[in-house]
Write a protein that binds this ligand. Sequence first.
Ligand SMILES: [Zn+2]
Length: 419
Amino acid sequence: MRNTARQTRENRTITIDFHDETTYFRLLDDGKAFVELVMAFILSLGFQLKHKATCRGDGCLTRHSHYVRVRLGGFTIWRIQCTRCKAVFTVLPHFVLRYRQMRPEVARDALLATHGGLSLELCAVISHLSPMALYRLVCAFGHQSLVAVLTRCALPLPTYVLADEKHSRCLTAKVYLPTIVRGRVIWHLGYTEDASAAAFAQSYGEFQRTASQQEPSYRVKGVLTDGFDSTTKNLRTLFPGVRVGTCLRHALLKLPTKLAAVASPVRKALRSQFHTLLYRARQRKGLRVFALGQQLRHFANHVATMAGTANGARVRRWFQEKKVGWYAVLEDPQMPVTSTFLDQAHNAIDRKLFMMKAFHHPHGSQRAFLTGLAHLYNLVPYQRRAQHAGQCGVEVDGGRLPTADWFLNLQILTSGGFR
Ligand SMILES: [Zn+2]
């Protein structure tokens, strides 16, 4: 009988920057210097190795064994071992990708083209690799969670977030991407074919669980969302005591749709008055919530006068539904006011999802693929003429990166051997 409890081996691979290949090959013959360089590099990052649960990591590291990567022209890869807990770490030099034959410079170009919006097929054409190899590469990076990678960049777990489900399509199937964004960084990107509240709750719950593992006292204080009522309820259950607000910018965009059979100048005038109302409410601190309630009532009456009682009544009902969400935004100065950054992230990811359509099959790893894309979204620097040119989302949000090279950062941060 086979032993059914197959033990899954922990991924303790670490990527180390040896600066150039000659340094690496020189150190292969000098065990002591090799281990010293590895230790110095890890220390410079401020990272710790993932020892076994019982080990405090204060033992010595020694060179343990090596193997030869035949597919890469047969050069040597070393493993190092903790003398105390016997955990074994595979040391990958920066110019080698885990389990992959592909050279990093090829992977880098292909991923950059993917991130830029080129289809997997075309990325593969310009980089001379198969589309499937590129798909698998993105998935490989996506096995490490967003929370793990972002906290390695010293970003604090977000207390105020944007959360919403992007409705998208894969081939003909409708799919949903429950997403959590804070500033310019994606903290969670889920995937579900089921539009039910339970499916969304499960997806957001994954983020909550991973974050709580990092920091047991972690608590979300505020969420801005434009999701369904069911989403709002879910968020309250998942994050007890959370303040749930509604985007003020969306409110502004939505008003004209509440005004039926109204001449265009009147509609424009009402929209601009509503804009002024919300803007002033944000400016006035302290009494602004009380002031908003009163002003919304006045505004609904004003609509009735200008555009007829039917429109006035519709706007009043809409205010009734939404005002709690707007109050929530105005009551807490730390609450995000608009969900613009979430929309940007969704649009960027949606383009990638569209181009992956040929890879959408029941056994595909959509979740790993999306997480991989989210890593790229967070770590690839903005282009030359962008507002934050040369910086990536993590940097703009105040995170710290291991090196100045985004691709090396991606390799290091998604390594399995760091804690
Ligand atoms: Zn140990």
